[in-house]
Ligand binder design. Structure first.
Ligand SMILES: NC(=O)c1ccc[n+]([C@@H]2O[C@H](COP(=O)([O-])OP(=O)(O)OC[C@H]3O[C@@H](n4cnc5c(N)ncnc54)[C@H](O)[C@@H]3O)[C@@H](O)[C@H]2O)c1
Length: 437
């Protein structure tokens, strides 16, 4: 394919050289004449493992050249990869100035060139940037997106330092496609490379890059805070993390990594509190660990807000224990939610197939009696009783009997805290509100 690469920084330079080495005919573009001259001399404008030899080779064989002229590059290509920078503004917001400028130039050139050009954005940008900001710029010049020209978002997952290796062995390929034909063009560019290919809507592709980078930062911060606490407590943090990492069931796994409801129970909140307390006593600042419980409380507040926004007063709550398959109510976020709603004067009925007041014993019973003394009045034995009462059903369990009985349509409103198995379908219904969307 004939490919233009707009922006010859780390991402653009590596993409251009690697695509040329895969056999594509590539024209790189940059506003910086020095970078353009370096590439045309067969030299790399960035320092990266293997990039020097690769650029020398592909420039030598004529598969890569560079220019400062966007128009010339678009005229000589049918697919354009936009790799310009998207730095932070002083207030933290995303600077889209370079993206907007280059998109204007591409739009004008595509209009002049005619034929279907596919514009692929590789720069990292917030969900909505492509469809709400950049596509309208292109459409100002070049007709209708998805008809007269193609558009895709194809985020880059390379790591500086090992970016050439990462290009040929990517963790995954994400193609956010406006239409299937646009996605096909991107897929064809990378044909033969390993790794799973995900074809998703454009905003999803934009968001995936942020999910990845936020998680990577969080992982490093978590490991460093844990290391600092261990050090203060005289524990070898590397031994701790070795065992931690060996657990592929609960730690390095998809467990606990789906948007859903708040956590609770007799362990997580208590243990986070005491770990943070121990860190504070040792004068170790742990901002990530100390904000986990406040983050959880915020999530619970969002659930209360969803109920409030329905404007209805008669509420049914399905689920009460802290997680499915247990009757343990200690520090259950659903108990907290019930208590908040009750406190705000909502007319509440609750059903949890695992919780039967007469069967609750010991600490559990004491917990209910102190935390939610009116629970006995609110608990019902059947799903139907709750459904008959409720204008709003708050679903905090995936118990099969509850799922089977949940109605569809506008009434009662379903407030989904657990991402129901049929959430996709329900999303189109007027009475559905999801916390995990
Ligand atoms: N660096 C990384 O490891 C990495 C990894 C993944 C994603 N990203 C994302 O990719 C994008 C590019 O990152 P980078 O590190 O390569 O940036 P960079 O700053 O190194 O390079 C951007 C290049 O674009 C050029 N440019 C700006 N406006 C232009 C225009 N109108 N026409 C042509 N060229 C223009 C600049 O001169 C510069 O050479 C960013 O959105 C970044 O967040 C970077």
């Amino acid at each position: 394919m004939r490919v233009s690469v707009l922006g010859l920084g780390y991402v653009g330079c590596v993409s251009a050289a690697c695509l040329a080495s895969l056999g594509h005919e590539v024209i790189g573009v940059d506003v910086n004449q020095v970078k353009v001259d370096l590439v045309n001399d067969g030299k790399a404008p960035v320092v990266e493992e293997r990039i020097g030899e690769m650029i020398a080779e592909v420039v030598g064989t004529g598969r890569l050249r560079a220019t400062t002229d966007v128009r010339e590059a678009i005229m000589g290509s049918e697919v354009s990869l936009v790799c310009v920078g998207t730095p932070s503004e002083p207030n933290g917001s995303l600077c889209t100035t370079y993206l907007e400028r280059v998109t204007e130039q591409i739009g004008a050139a595509v209009a002049e060139r005619g034929g279907r050009q596919t514009v692929v954005f590789r720069s990292t940008m917030l969900p909505g940037t492509c469809l709400d900001l950049l596509v309208p710029i292109l459409e100002k010049y070049a007709g209708t997106a998805g008809v007269d020209f193609g558009v895709a978002v194809n985020p880059e997952f390379l790591r500086e330092g090992t970016s050439v290796r990462d290009f040929f062995d990517p963790p995954k390929t994400v193609i956010g496609e406006l239409d299937p034909a646009s996605g096909d063009v991107v897929a064809a560019l990378y044909e033969g490379l390993p790794g799973e290919v995900f074809r998703v809507p454009v905003p999803t592709a934009e968001a995936i890059k942020y999910a990845d980078n936020a998680f990577h930062g969080l992982k490093i911060g978590f490991a460093n805070e844990l290391g600092a606490v261990c050090r203060a407590l005289g524990v070898d943090s590397h031994q701790v993390i070795d065992v931690f990492l060996a657990d592929h069931k609960l730690n390095i796994s998809p467990a606990y990594l789906r948007p859903g409801f708040a956590f609770g129970g007799s362990c997580l909140p208590k243990d986070l509190r005491s770990l943070v307390h121990a860190a504070q006593r040792a004068d170790v600042s742990v901002p990530i660990l100390s904000h986990v419980l406040p983050s959880n409380a915020e999530h619970l507040r969002r659930a209360v807000e969803l109920v409030e926004r329905t404007g209805s007063r008669r509420v049914g709550l399905f689920g009460l224990s802290f997680k499915p398959g247990t009757d343990d109510l200690r520090e259950s976020p659903l108990v907290e939610l019930a208590e908040r709603l009750f406190g705000k004067g909502y007319d509440l009925r609750i059903h949890d197939p695992n919780v039967n007041l007469s069967r609750l014993l010991g600490a559990n019973r004491e917990y209910i009696e102190t935390r939610l003394p009116h629970l006995a009045q609110l608990l019902t034995d059947s799903v139907d009783e709750v459904l008959e009462h409720a204008e709003v059903c708050v679903v905090g369990t995936k118990d099969p009997a509850v799922l089977a009985a949940l109605p569809h349509g506008a009434r009662p409103v379903i407030v989904d805290l657990v991402h129901l198995p049929d959430a996709e379908a329900r999303r189109a219904e007027p009475g559905y509100v999801g916390l995990a969307w």
